[in-house]
Ligand binder design. Sequence first.
Ligand SMILES: CC(C)(COP(=O)(O)OP(=O)(O)OC[C@H]1O[C@@H](n2cnc3c(N)ncnc32)[C@H](O)[C@@H]1OP(=O)(O)O)[C@@H](O)C(=O)NCCC(=O)NCCS
Length: 145
Amino acid sequence: MTRHLGGPESPEKLAERQQRYERTADSDTDRVFKVVDDATGEGIGWVGYWERRWRDQQVYEIGWAVLPAFQGRGIAGQATAQALADARSAGKHRFVHAFPSVDNAPSNAICQKLGFTLLEALEFEYPKGHFMLCNDWRLDLRAAG
Ligand SMILES: CC(C)(COP(=O)(O)OP(=O)(O)OC[C@H]1O[C@@H](n2cnc3c(N)ncnc32)[C@H](O)[C@@H]1OP(=O)(O)O)[C@@H](O)C(=O)NCCC(=O)NCCS
């Protein structure tokens, strides 16, 4: 799961991340959603967007994950489309960026499929101290269609 994200995190770091994601329920700008299997009610992933500063602009960044047993069924693509619709209706920022590793084939395929434009590949620090080559994909939430 973390092959393209700097490797596994400690239980403490995961607990802190979980709390941070849950707190977005009270945020005016950021949202992290649990992806739920309709049939069982089981949590099988997450998708979320949050505000960040990028190239002197306030934008959204979006990210996603689906548990391995549920991958390859189009779930991340569908969940991300729904999160983008939510960001669009919030109407706060025009652009959403995603920064998948250049080697993360499914994530790059999701960006392509959902209409993002590939701007460039760049060295990215995530998590702190870990550098990887990522694509900068951008979607214009105000574009027609
Ligand atoms: C990235 C991730 C969320 C994809 O989840 P998923 O539910 O399997 O994704 P989908 O089924 O919606 O598939 C996405 C697309 O990737 C394509 N794809 C999957 N594996 C691929 C591969 N190895 N090479 C090329 N394309 C691939 C699929 O065909 C699909 O495109 P399509 O709908 O046009 O056919 C999942 O692999 C994951 O959680 N990875 C670990 C966390 C992570 O890396 N998150 C992203 C950080 S940017």
